[in-house]
Design a protein around this ligand. Structure first.
Ligand code: SAM
Length: 216
C-alpha cells in the first residue's frame, strides 16, 4: 500500500478510536480527499521525506514541528469548511495545514511569527500552486484585522487562553479551532463557536500537545 493511503487509513482508525470525544465516526470526504492530495513530503525536511506520511509530528527546524496528520485532518474537519470560506490560520510553520485548508475553502490567510519558516512556507506554497494562500510574518494572536471577519480561524499553537482579538475577528456563525493550555500535555483542543447573534460558546474536544503560542 502507498504510504499516503496508509496515512489515510491511520487517520480513519484514530477517528474511530476517539469518536466519543470528537463527536464523529468519520471525517468528511472532502477533508479526507484533501489529505490524500497534499504532498506532505514537500513540507518536511529532505532527510525526512521517507517518513513524511507517518501519522506523527516531525521537526521542521527553528524548534517547531509539522503537526500530526490526524490532528491536521481533525482540526480542518472541526471547522466544517465550505468551498467559499475565508479562513485565518495562526502558525503557518511549513505551510502543510494551510495547503490542506486551501484544498477545501476559498481563501486562506496564514500568519507565522518566525520569518525563516513563514518565508519558506510562502515560497513552497506558491511553487506548489496554492495561490489562494496568503502568508504574512507577525504575531498571529492579534489576528489579521485588515482581512477580518473570517468564517473560520484555526490556531496551530497552544494559547494560555482564547485570544480576544481572534474571537472579535470571527464572523457570526463562524468557528475557531484552538489548542488551549500550558506546554506539553494538559492542553485541550477547543471549538469556539459564534452564533448568528454574536454569542460565543466553546467545547473541549481532545487533549493535545502543541508548541506554545508566543506574542501578546
Ligand atoms: N501549521 C503547521 C503545520 O501545518 O504543520 C504547524 C505549525 S507549528 C505546530 C506552530 C507554529 O506556530 C510554529 O511555526 C510557531 O512558530 C508558530 N507560532 C507560535 N506563536 C505564534 C504567533 N503568536 N503568531 C504566529 N505564529 C506563531
Amino acid at each position: 500500500m502507498q504510504a499516503r493511503d496508509q496515512m489515510l487509513k491511520e487517520i480513519e482508525h484514530e477517528t474511530r478510536t476517539t469518536r466519543d470525544r470528537i463527536g464523529r465516526d468519520r471525517l468528511s470526504p472532502g477533508v479526507m480527499e484533501a489529505m490524500g492530495r497534499v504532498p506532505r513530503e514537500e513540507f518536511v525536511p529532505a532527510d525526512m521525506a521517507d517518513r513524511a506520511y507517518d501519522n506523527r509530528p516531525l521537526p521542521i527546524g527553528q524548534g517547531q514541528t509539522i503537526s500530526q496528520p490526524f490532528i491536521v485532518a481533525l482540526m480542518t474537519d472541526l471547522l466544517d469548511p465550505e468551498p467559499g470560506d475565508r479562513v485565518l490560520e495562526v502558525g503557518t510553520g511549513c505551510g502543510y495545514q494551510a495547503a490542506v485548508l486551501a484544498e477545501v475553502v476559498g481563501e486562506v490567510w496564514s500568519i507565522e511569527t518566525i520569518p525563516e519558516l513563514g518565508n519558506a512556507a510562502a515560497q513552497r506554497l506558491a511553487r506548489l500552486g496554492y495561490d489562494n494562500v496568503h502568508v504574512r510574518i507577525g504575531d498571529g494572536s492579534q489576528g489579521w484585522p485588515e482581512e477580518a471577519p473570517f468564517d473560520g480561524i484555526l490556531v496551530t499553537a497552544a494559547a494560555p487562553e482564547i485570544p480576544e482579538a481572534l474571537v472579535e475577528q470571527l464572523e457570526p456563525g463562524g468557528r475557531m479551532v484552538i489548542p488551549v493550555g500550558g506546554g506539553g500535555m494538559g492542553q485541550d483542543l477547543r471549538v469556539v463557536s459564534k452564533d448568528a447573534e454574536g454569542e460565543v460558546s466553546s467545547r473541549s474536544v481532545l487533549p493535545v500537545a502543541f508548541v506554545p503560542l508566543t506574542g501578546s
